[in-house]
Design a protein around this ligand. Sequence first.
Ligand code: LLP
Length: 462
Amino acid sequence: MVISSQPAALPAMFEQDQDLHSPNRNLTPLGTTLDAHGRLQVGGCTLSELARTYGTPLYVLDEATLRGTCRAYREALQAHYPGPSLALYASKANSSLALSALVASEGLGLDAVSAGELLTALQGGMPPGRIVLHGNNKSAEELALAAGAGVTIVADNWRDLELLAELAPGLNAPVQLMLRFTPGIECHTHEYIRTGHLDSKFGFDPDQLETVLRHLQGCSWARLNGLHAHIGSQIFELQPHRDLAGVMADALALARSLGHPVNDLNVGGGLGIRYVASDDPPSIDAWVQTVAEAVVRACQERALALPRLLCEPGRSLVATAGVTLYSVGSCKEIPGIRTYLSVDGGMSDNPRPITYQSRYTAVLADRPNAPAGETVTVAGKHCESGDVLLKDVALPPAVPGDVLVVFATGAYNASMGSNYNRIPRPAAVLVSSGIAELVQRREQPEELLRYDVVPARLAPIT
Ligand code: LLP
């Protein structure tokens, strides 16, 4: 028998962009490879072995890719923007103590939108001075938690300002404030994840901006440090981000002319990633360069001193670093119609396909190169016909127990997950240099009953 010394190659569609400033353009985590048996490895860990050790569904996060994307933002900002800058991780994409700690260790800041995300960031070791709190309907408790910790609050509406004015006398320092407004910019993305157009629940209407800025002149409890706008998510176009710079520079000029020492310009997030081979997002470097150059030009045109440039990437920081492992179970073949291959997770661990009709890429963990024998539809295990993870995808014949790997699931999967059908949430592991560490333990079915209360009159329940 002749044993080839050549290691098996990855499937062609997984060819990686060698430019380390472009991890968001890859379908797989950086350094995805095959082990000696041709099985898929991420972070030096063989995926089917992780599935055996930790069970499925399993979220796997690759540390090298996470650090790579953080560095790509940091280095691109340094390279393309002549003033100070900071990238804030939009933690709605995937919020955990481990991710907060990792992102903090890379020198980034963080955007939180609830008390839960804020506590996760603070307890994960993110310095409060690098956190901003967003939200179109913050509670008094959330505002008090943030203001008390010295976190910057992004005022989204008049209600925020009213609640803060009530809280302020109890605080021993002025509230660090940023003002969010709707920039009125259209971009091509799913309707649900567009936020910059005028018909949006987020932010002050641009027509109200001057009134708010004048109102804040009289608020000694507030220190207005920054302006914020965000145009949407999973955006591949660059032009809307250029347009945004002009709109924001106008707002900056207005704020400064009214005496506010505004130094932070926060342009939001939105850079898209590759979910399927045909997706072609700009690289992190190209996105940052576009934004940075547009802000510099817009400030020069208005003779404004350069602000500190903030951006809030979520998806492009964490999506490609994540893969989800499922075990294949039943298969239903409907001759002439469709073959359903069912896995042990679904819309509770990845609600994006049913919510946005999002598409994903998948392979079998131990046979990534096997010829695709058939077109199948990968269904979840939830009691809902629409619970489909991948529609009409080419896969090699799979048998029960095979591990299916779905790529680019690091963003808006775990964080948007649910317990639908009382299905426990998956575990998550962080992989690096051949070592896997648990960062979220698997929820147990009994834990799902923790918050149930049975009125005594309905007893007996044992
Ligand atoms: N900043 C603000 C104020 C945002 O609202 C968002 C996302 C971001 C930053 C981060 O945007 P990114 O860089 O991730 O595109 N659940 C949807 C995405 C919703 C995005 C909401 N806001 C999805 O699964 O596609």
